[in-house]
Design a protein around this ligand. Structure first.
Ligand code: NDP
Length: 242
């Protein structure tokens, strides 16, 4: 039977590649997005993957959305917490709004989504949860104290939920990308990319969204049941976390 997988932020960027990778691996996929209807509809039309619109910052929206997905596709067996934003500023210039938007989208969402699938996974004795962190949560980054704090917290969340659910057939892991060639990174001027970013990456290039998707598909597989509480760094050698 095809597993049901839900990917937050699953309609574009890294999340779009993850949705596609899971579909190609045989899952029935639900892709959640926030407000960019045009990108979501384009993605749905191109892939046949159903899209669902709700705000991962809101607990009740997540509960209702997950119920809708369960009614249409079946109970969620694979959850990929991918939705994330940046609102960069050095701490001495950061506004409370910049802090809260990032904490709410990147961190509260982990609770809002995972809390609403975990009981079902425990009852059924199977679950795969993969959350997308960041190299900047592992090493810190200038101008990103809000973002780095949420991505570091994601690792603590992953390890704790992994411990609580290990005996129930549920694995919980984190994938931490480095620089990936999404729209955002590709928009950086060629000169800056060549002189500032690429020299930091020993492999000498940006990562591809599909390279993150492949890691998620691996961790989401039935055969990955002995891997839990782990953090997989996918950054071209830029930062080698122990
Ligand atoms: P994008 O900005 O390309 O896409 C973000 C996705 O998340 C969109 O689908 C967006 O929906 C959705 N989203 C944002 N906020 C919400 C919300 N409140 N509720 C529901 N959905 C939401 O992101 P990336 O592909 O660049 O990043 C994906 C993940 O990977 C993030 O967690 C990011 O931190 C992490 N990452 C990215 C790196 C990179 O190089 N790009 C490097 C390291 C980590 P909509 O389309 O409607 O706006």
């Amino acid at each position: 039977m095809a597993r049901v997988a839900l990917v937050t932020g699953g309609t574009r960027g890294i999340g779009g590649a993850i949705s596609l990778g899971l579909q190609q691996a045989g899952c029935k996929v639900a892709a959640v997005y926030a407000g960019n209807d045009e990108a979501a509809e384009r993605f749905r039309d191109a892939t046949g993957i159903p899209v669902f619109k709700w705000n991962v910052c809101d607990f009740d929206s997540c509960r209702r959305g997950i119920e809708t997905v369960a009614a249409e596709l079946g109970p969620v067996e694979v959850l990929v917490n991918n939705a994330g934003i940046t609102r960069d500023a050095t701490l001495h210039k950061m506004t409370p709004e910049q802090w809260s938007a990032v904490v709410s989208t990147n961190l509260d969402s982990l609770f809002n989504m995972t809390r609403n699938v975990i009981e079902g996974m425990r009852d059924r004795g199977f679950g795969r949860i993969v959350s997308i962190g960041s190299i900047n949560g592992q090493k810190g980054q200038f101008g990103q104290s809000n973002y780095a704090a949420t991505k570091a917290a994601l690792i603590g969340f992953t390890k704790s939920v992994a411990l609580e659910n290990a005996a129930k057939g549920i694995t919980v892991n984190a994938v931490c990308p480095g620089y990936i060639g999404t729209e955002m990174v590709r928009a950086v001027p060629e000169e800056v990319l060549k002189s500032k970013i690429l020299p930091q990456i020993p492999v000498g290039r940006l990562g591809e969204p599909e390279e993150i998707a492949r890691c998620v598909v691996f961790l989401a597989g039935d055969e990955a049941g002995f891997i839990t509480g782990s953090t997989l760094s996918v950054n071209g050698g830029q930062y080698m976390a122990s």
